[in-house]
Design a protein around this ligand. Structure first.
Ligand SMILES: Cc1cc2nc3c(=O)[nH]c(=O)nc-3n(C[C@H](O)[C@H](O)[C@H](O)COP(=O)(O)O)c2cc1C
Length: 348
């Protein structure tokens, strides 16, 4: 079905196509059964102590305002992350701000956290509770005077409905956000977050989403803080600002974050480094260029407990989740592994 519709969808501006997808998913009329796979039990796993039917998640940025997560669970995702949610509603950067690089199987976006804001999103989720494990990704407004306060207010607001909360310090499209990768800045933020958690008795697991553009020096300092302040997970990674020179598409120099195939190896290498330094103490969600069972297995065997994808669904359609699951099951059989958990970190 997607291969028939693809030329029409790809003739549209990427953001128009995305808005159309959100509008159609709001009807939530798809039968779940068409995306079922046999032997999915082999893929059962757990993330932050929650049992999941499979380790394939939808990455943040597709359902920014939490409008269609229950339709997305029907595609067969084991978990879905919504957001980035900011305290106040914001429209983001001027359009056009999403670019399809067909020749590179990649996207560049500089959306800038367009979303409906934490108040509306909280009410929306209250009125339509999630049918699966829902992550909520939070970040600061562009015009805020205090980025830390924005994280705290979002955390307080949306925690009750989250399976886990992602602290997004890695979008390249919000000025100064990546400064939280600096040891001092990150420590200040995590101290504040722990204080808010304590004062408000919040107990939801937290994950920090990292940039793929950090160097080895920074990695160990970040891990140290993540362990010290009892963060449960690391999401590796957000989009990259570098790696443009080898791309083929004419749009390769658009400003923004690059996702999809050109990010695949870069994020897998970072997963390996983090896994080798944490040895299972922190759970890792691997993201970047996952669009096949092979790509998902690469990340899991590098040390990821679960994976997420976004760009892969843009190029291959919603059926990509079912295809990844089928492929993963065949790979497990070939490798003589009975359960996906046995694959975590075997090639790290
Ligand atoms: C159009 C678009 C919007 C995104 N928006 C967000 C966002 O709001 N918050 C976030 O943490 N990541 C966002 N991301 C990053 C993805 O969650 C993911 O980390 C990245 O795209 C790499 O995965 P992929 O190669 O499977 O797309 C966005 C990505 C794309 C392509």
């Amino acid at each position: 079905m997607f291969s028939i519709l693809r030329p029409y969808i790809f003739s549209l501006d990427p953001e128009v196509a995305h808005d159309l997808a959100i509008k159609s998913l709001k009807f939530n009329i798809l039968p779940k059964s068409i995306f079922n796979v046999d032997e999915e039990e082999m893929l059962e796993t757990s993330l932050f102590n929650e049992k999941l039917p499979n380790p394939i998640g939808l990455a943040a940025g597709f359902d920014k305002s939490a409008e269609v997560y229950n339709s997305l669970f029907k595609f067969g995702y084991g978990f879905v992350e919504v957001g980035t949610v900011t305290p106040k509603r914001q429209f983001g950067n001027p359009k056009p701000r999403v670019f399809r690089l067909e020749k590179d199987q990649a996207l560049i976006n500089r959306l800038g956290f367009n979303n409906h804001g934490s108040e509306i999103i909280f009410k929306r989720i209250s009125n339509n509770l999630p049918d699966g494990f829902l992550g909520i990704n939070i970040g600061p407004n562009k015009d805020t005077l205090n980025k830390e306060e924005d994280f705290y207010s979002c955390l307080k607001k949306i925690s009750p409905h989250a399976g886990y909360v992602t602290i997004n310090i890695s979008s390249p499209n919000t000025e100064g956000l990546r400064d939280f990768h600096d040891q001092k800045e990150l420590e200040k933020l995590l101290i504040g977050i722990n204080k808010i958690k304590k004062e408000n008795s919040l107990s939801k697991p937290l994950a920090v989403k990292l940039s793929p553009d950090i160097d080895d020096n920074e990695i160990s300092k970040i891990i140290e803080l993540i362990i010290k302040y009892r963060i449960s997970g690391i999401i590796v990674s957000n989009t990259t600002e570098i790696n443009r020179q080898n791309l083929n598409d004419v749009k390769k120099n658009e400003r923004g974050g690059l996702s999809g195939q050109p990010l695949r190896d870069r994020s897998t290498k970072l997963i390996k480094k983090i896994y080798n330094q944490t040895k299972g103490k922190i759970q890792i969600i691997g993201v970047g260029g996952v669009d096949s069972g092979k790509a998902a297995f690469e990340k899991i065997s590098a040390g990821a407990n679960a994976v997420q994808l976004y760009t892969g669904m843009v190029f291959k359609g919603p059926g990509v989740v079912k295809d990844i699951k089928k492929d993963l099951i065949s790979i497990l059989k070939k490798e003589n592994l009975k359960k996906i958990d046995e694959a975590i970190g075997i090639n790290a």
